[in-house]
Design a protein. Structure first.
Length: 204
């Protein structure tokens, strides 16, 4: 069987990398090698470097997952932020960091942002539904009325913060759920919700 022409293989590599980037899962060179069953990692490297030279990909130096889609001159690449697992929008649940992948954001403060997958229905009135992603900016304070991710003892939840004097309350946006009133010193703000993202179709 004749060998696949280099140009055709390179086009397939580009298609694979583009798909991974759009999914928020930039591949490493070894992942490209495994995906195409190249005998040597240098073959994958050569294709990727050629795509960078041709301007069809760009690369951040010093990062194993540094390949990006090229943008017009003067534009900025989205940054990838981690999805650190799930957070309850309902009754309190134990906070467990369970890395799920990355999502792209366009923010100069991307280093201060993380994402969580929502469970529960207590925030549906604010447009936050089960399996939505909430993007959260790390901060330990928030203003009354803002939607936050809060830690009550060892349990995390997404709620609307209400502050009255020294009293802190975590309010749902669904009348079927109760207001959470932590004891003094029991509540810690992990961050403020700055964006909600929803996928079309079920989460695999």
């Amino acid at each position: 069987m004749p060998a696949t022409p280099p140009g055709e293989t390179r086009a397939r590599v580009l298609e694979y990398v583009q798909k991974r980037l759009l999914e928020g899962r930039p591949p490493t060179i070894r992942e490209v090698q495994r995906a195409f069953r190249f005998r040597a990692v240098e073959t994958a490297r050569a294709h990727l470097e050629a795509l960078v030279r041709e301007g069809r990909l760009s690369k951040r130096e010093g990062e194993s997952r540094g390949f990006e889609l090229p943008l017009p001159h003067g534009s900025h690449h989205p940054r990838l932020v981690p999805v650190l697992g799930r957070v309850q929008a309902g009754a309190l649940s134990t906070a467990v960091e369970d890395f799920e992948g990355y999502v792209p954001v366009e923010s100069r403060a991307a280093d201060e942002i993380f994402a969580l997958r929502v469970r529960g229905e207590s925030m549906t009135g604010a447009g936050i539904f089960p399996d939505d992603l909430v993007l959260v900016r790390r901060q330990d304070t928030a203003r009354s009325g803002e939607i936050v991710v809060a830690l009550v003892e060892d349990e995390a939840t997404v709620k609307r913060l209400r502050i009255s004097g020294q009293k802190v309350e975590l309010h749902p946006e669904n009348p079927a759920f109760p207001v959470i009133v932590p004891k003094p010193g029991e509540c810690r703000i992990l961050g403020k919700v700055i964006e909600v993202r929803r996928s079309i179709g079920p989460i695999e």
